[in-house]
Ligand binder design. Sequence first.
Ligand code: 0GY
Length: 313
Amino acid sequence: MSTNTLAGHYGKTEGWLDWYANPSTPVFRMPAGAVDAHCHVFGPGSVFPFAPERKYTPCDASAEQLFALRDHLGISRNVVVQATCHGADNTAMMNACVASKGLARGIATVRRGITDHALEQMHALGVRGVRFNFVKRLVDVTPQKELLEIAHQIKSLGWHVVVYFEAADLPDLKAFFAGLPTPVVVDHMGRPDVTQPVEGPEFSLFQTLMEENENIWCKVSCPERLSVSGPEALNGEPAAYRDVVPFSRQIVTRFPDRVLWGTDWPHPNLTSHMPDDGLLVDVIPHIATDAVLQQKLLVDNPMRLYWPEEKGV
Ligand code: 0GY
């Protein structure tokens, strides 16, 4: 168990690790205007209570702590994704968007029947999409018919859908994803089994989905969650989480205009090791191997999706 005295504990789930209190300063220098396109806030539970239907209780991780990490890592902006522990109460996430003074956008969880007016209010606070979560250990299943209704409703706001699923479930879900009427952003490359080959049937199916659907984007995030080899570099090459790197690099190289990167701070549900966020940044040059790819991954792509009103992106 880690001993992060900065993280509050509000009935935290047994075995959970706290986020890393003193991340290293990355060697890799972020391009100006870089976006962390996948991170969360948790509570604080005493201010923003966790949802009754949650499957875990996290440690606290506030907006201010997120912004301190952003500044430390040389990041300019955040996309705060609603975590399942807050259910469909998006208050903590929207509070972070407002507190950022325009430097954070949000991805919400909404239920069927939400009014257009409520969605417009969320838009005004910085929300730009909804998340559909298919990971069974995290959520109870929502019927696809309901999700499709929501997708059609949010389309008029120019929002997109973020999907989180595990690779084994892709054969059942791919037709649904292909039929969504908005851009679709896949969390963590669809959680591939990285002990399988990059060119094997499982990851090939995911690449085919992206190839056939130009509205599908991918976050090349979460090596710490997917890795079996772990954070230790092998003779310095190719850095930490080396078993995940070929998967991420393949997607960045093949679909350079539809990839996003994020820290996943504060890293929910990790029990074996907690990543040093500085080390996660130092993985970037191994997956986006030149300045052109890095600019697209970290700046141009997320700006196009989340801040399209800013000219020149
Ligand atoms: C992640 C991962 C997880 C959890 C959530 O919303 C959530 O609770 O996203 C997970 O446990 O895999 O990417 O943030």
